[in-house]
Write a protein that binds this ligand. Structure first.
Ligand SMILES: [Zn+2]
Length: 94
């Protein structure tokens, strides 16, 4: 069965507050936005239109992916890795 792309209140999840980032997404306003980053050159191309001096903004991952797609880039998937895997292993016992 293919996902419909819609969400009901019954299935909607919010991030715990301690997982939220620095501010709301500039496009959709969500606070459910982890601290995340991508390659600077890629960010500058997608968000700043190739101008590294252009005004920066905070985007959530879905809005960033949408911006990427709007520029004609359609990857088959995304690679998500933790920034501090060693700390995570020590605190979570994994
Ligand atoms: Zn957003």
């Amino acid at each position: 069965m293919e996902a419909s792309g819609t969400e009901t209140e019954g299935t909607k999840m919010s991030f715990p507050e301690h997982l939220r980032g620095d501010g709301p997404c500039a496009h959709c306003g969500t606070l459910d936005n982890i601290v995340w980053f991508t390659d600077s050159a890629f960010w500058n191309t997608v968000v700043r239109g190739g101008n590294p001096d252009a005004m920066d903004k905070i985007l959530c991952i879905p809005c960033f992916v949408t911006e990427v797609n709007n520029r004609g880039v359609d990857p088959t998937g995304w690679h998500l890795i933790p920034e501090f895997p060693v700390r995570y292993v020590k605190t979570k016992g994994l």
